[in-house]
Design a protein around this ligand. Structure first.
Ligand code: AMP
Length: 567
C-alpha cells in the first residue's frame, strides 16, 4: 500500500500491519456482523481507508475489485449513521456504474448494517420505478444508485439529497467511461457542500483527477503499492491462474487438483465460512481436506497440522490468519481460491512453496471481475502469472490414462506376475492376447479412477484490458469506434434521438445499467434527429433489446429493435 503526500504517509506509518477490525475503531454492531460473516482481519485497503473515513475525511482511493474496497467504504458509512434516524431521507449516497454493482453493494451494506437496523435501498435502471419510489418513501438511510436512475428520481422529486452527509463514487473511472460525467456533476450539485466525499477507482485518468480536485476537500490519497518486494519472492514457483465463473469454482478446483496431484497443498479462502464450505465440498468429492481458521482452538489446529504432516490429509483449506507462521515441509502447492486482496498477501502465500530448491506451484482461481487485481499482482511481483484454461474432461481422462499406464509399467518392471499366467492362458484359448490385455487395463483403470462421469466446466474468457487512457475524451466525445476486434456485432435501432435530448452517454448508461455489458462493450453510436443506432456484441443483442424495452430513455418508453437491413 502506498500513500501519497506527507500527512498521508505519516498516517500510513501509524497504521499497524496487524490492526484488527476492532483497532480500526468500528462499533460493536459492525464487529459482530464481520465475525458472523467470517471475516478474520481487515484487508490493507480497509486498514488504510476505514479510520480516516470514520473521522470524516474525504478520500481518493485507487483500488480494484477484489481488494475489499466495498467494505472499506461501507463500514465507515454505516459507522457514521446517527443512532436516532427519525427522518426518511437518505444520509448517504453511493453511486456505482451498473445495476449488478448496485445490487451487490446494497447487499453488502445490508449484511454489515443488520444490527444497526440500516435501511439500504438500491435504485437502478431496468427495474420498474414505482417499486423504487415505494422503497424510498418508506424511509432510507443509504441509497445505492446508478447515476442515470438517481438523477431521474431526483428530477421527479422522489429522491431528496438535502440530508446526505456522505457521498461515495465507486468505480468512478467506469462511470466516466460510460458517459455519466454530467449526471454525476448534477447529483453532486444537489448534495450539501459540507458533506464527506469518497471516490474509489481502479484507474486514475486525468479527467477523474480533475473531477476529484473539484469535489473532494483535502482528500487522503490511497493507492495499491507499485514497488516490487524482493523478500519472499520465490523464483522457483510455477504460477498459473484459471479464469472461472464463481459457480464453477469447486468443480474447477477439483479438476485442477486431479491434474496436478499435489503431495500436500494449502487452499486459501477469504472467510471462515468459505473455509468450512469448501472443506465440506472437497471431502464430499473424495479429497482428504482439513479446515484451518481463526475460529478453531489451538488444540484443534494442532490436530489438523498433525494429520497434514502425517499424510492423512492432503489438503489444508485455510484463511491467511490461521495459516500465518505455518511451515509445512512437504507442501508442493498453494492454491488461491480467490485472488488475494493485496499483492503482499499473494507473495506471502506463495512463499510457502518452492523452498529448498524444489519447484513449487501456485494456482489462482480468478473470477472474471477480479482479473484486474491479478494484473496488479503481476506488476507488483514482477513475475508473470500464466493464465491457462481449466483442464477439460478430455485432458483429465488423458491424464488418468497416463497414470494407469505408468502404474502398469511399474508393475511389469517390478512385480511377480507369474501367479496370473494361468488366467491369461485360459483366456487366450478364446481371445487374442491384445484383447485380454485391454480388458485387464480397463479393470485396473476403473478400479483406481471410478467411472468417467465428469461434467464439462464452462470456459470463461477475460475481457481485454482497458487501453491505457490518459483521460480527456470529453463528456460527449465518445469516439464512434467500430468494434473491429470484438467479434460479431449487432446494430440496434432506438426510437429516440437528438430531438429528445439523447446523448451517447444516455445510451451507454442505459445499456450498461440494465444489462451485464460494460460501457466499453458498446460499439459505435450514431445519434440522428429522431432515432439512434448503437452497436452491441451480437451475443448480447437480445438481452439489450429486452432490457431497453422494459426501461426508459430520457424518461420515456422508446422503440428498441434490431436495425432492419437497408434495402
Ligand atoms: P471487493 O473488493 O469489495 O469486491 O471485495 C471482494 C470480496 O472480499 C467480497 O466477496 C467481500 O465479501 C470479501 N471481503 C472483503 N473484506 C474482507 C475481509 N476483511 N476478510 C474477508 N473477506 C473480505
Amino acid at each position: 500500500m502506498r500513500v501519497d503526500g506527507d500527512t498521508n504517509r505519516q498516517l500510513a506509518d501509524e497504521q499497524d500491519e496487524t490492526a484488527t477490525f476492532a483497532d480500526l475503531g468500528l462499533r460493536p454492531e459492525l464487529l459482530a456482523a464481520l465475525t458472523r460473516l467470517g471475516y478474520e482481519e481487515p484487508t490493507p485497503i480497509q486498514r488504510e481507508a476505514v479510520p480516516p473515513m470514520v473521522a470524516g475525511r474525504d478520500l481518493l482511493g485507487q483500488a480494484a475489485t477484489g481488494t475489499g474496497k466495498t467494505a472499506a467504504y461501507a463500514l465507515p458509512v454505516l459507522q457514521r449513521l446517527p443512532d436516532e434516524r427519525p427522518g426518511g431521507d437518505p444520509l448517504a449516497l453511493v453511486l456505482v456504474p451498473t445495476r449488478e454493482l448496485a445490487i451487490q453493494v446494497s447487499e453488502a451494506l445490508h449484511r454489515y448494517g443488520r444490527d444497526l437496523g440500516a435501511r439500504v435501498v438500491p435504485v437502478y435502471g431496468g427495474q420498474p420505478i414505482p417499486r423504487q419510489l415505494r422503497a424510498l418513501e418508506a424511509g432510507v438511510d443509504v441509497v445505492v444508485a446508478t447515476p442515470g436512475r438517481a438523477l431521474d428520481l431526483l428530477q421527479r422529486g422522489s429522491l431528496h439529497l438535502g440530508g446526505v452527509a456522505t457521498v461515495v463514487l465507486d468505480e468512478a473511472d467506469e462511470m466516466l467511461d460510460m458517459g455519466f460525467a454530467e449526471d454525476l456533476e448534477a447529483l453532486l450539485a444537489e448534495v450539501p457542500e459540507e458533506r464527506q466525499t469518497v471516490l474509489f477507482s481502479a484507474t486514475m485518468p486525468r479527467r477523474l483527477d480533475s473531477m476529484a480536485r473539484r469535489h473532494l476537500r483535502d482528500p487522503l490519497r490511497i493507492q495499491v503499492a507499485r514497488e516490487v518486494p524482493t523478500e519472499g519472492q520465490a523464483p522457483r514457483v510455477r504460477q498459473t491462474a484459471f479464469v472461472v465463473a464463481r459457480a464453477a469454482k469447486p468443480a474447477a478446483l477439483g479438476r485442477v487438483l486431479d491434474v496436478e496431484s499435489p503431495t500436500a497443498a494449502i487452499v486459501f479462502c477469504r472467510t471462515r465460512d468459505e473455509v468450512d464450505d469448501l472443506t465440506e465440498t472437497l471431502n464430499g468429492r473424495g479429497y482428504r481436506a482439513e479446515a484451518l481458521h481463526g475460529g478453531m482452538s489451538q488444540e484443534q489446529r494442532d490436530r489438523v497440522m498433525g494429520r497434514l504432516r502425517g499424510g492423512t490429509a492432503e489438503l489444508l483449506v485455510a484463511t491467511d490468519v490461521a495459516a500465518r507462521g505455518l511451515d509445512v515441509e512437504q507442501l508442493t502447492h498453494v492454491v488461491n481460491y480467490d485472488v488475494p486482496a493485496a499483492a503482499e498477501t499473494y507473495v506471502h502465500r506463495i512463499g510457502r512453496v518452492g523452498r529448498a530448491g524444489r519447484e513449487g506451484v501456485a494456482i489462482t482461481l480468478v473470477e472474471p471481475r477480479a482479473h484486474r487485481m491479478l494484473k496488479t499482482i503481476e506488476r507488483v511481483t514482477g513475475s508473470p502469472i500464466h493464465v491457462e484454461r481449466v483442464p477439460t474432461v478430455a485432458d483429465l481422462r488423458a491424464r488418468r490414462l497416463e497414470l494407469t499406464r505408468a502404474a502398469l509399467r511399474e508393475s511389469l518392471l517390478g512385480d511377480d506376475l507369474e501367479r496370473f499366467r494361468a488366467v491369461v492362458e485360459t483366456l487366450t484359448d478364446e481371445f487374442d492376447v491384445m484383447e485380454v490385455a485391454l480388458a485387464a487395463v480397463k479393470l485396473a483403470h476403473e478400479a483406481t479412477n471410478g467411472p468417467d462421469d465428469d461434467e464439462e466446466i464452462p470456459e470463461v474468457t477475460l475481457r481485454p484490458e482497458r487501453p491505457q487512457r490518459d483521460g480527456d475524451r470529453g463528456d460527449r466525445g465518445r469516439p464512434s469506434r467500430s468494434r473491429s476486434n470484438g467479434g460479431d456485432t449487432a446494430r440496434l435501432f432506438i426510437g429516440a434521438g437528438r430531438s429528445a435530448g439523447v446523448r451517447p452517454g444516455d445510451l451507454v448508461g442505459a445499456i450498461a445499467g440494465e444489462t451485464g455489458l460494460r460501457g466499453r462493450d458498446v460499439g459505435a453510436i450514431e445519434i440522428a434527429e429522431r432515432f439512434s443506432l448503437v452497436e452491441v456484441p451480437e451475443a448480447a443483442a437480445e438481452e439489450v433489446v429486452t432490457a431497453l424495452r422494459a426501461s426508459t430513455i430520457k424518461g420515456r418508453k422508446v422503440t428498441v429493435r434490431r436495425e432492419r437491413p437497408r434495402p
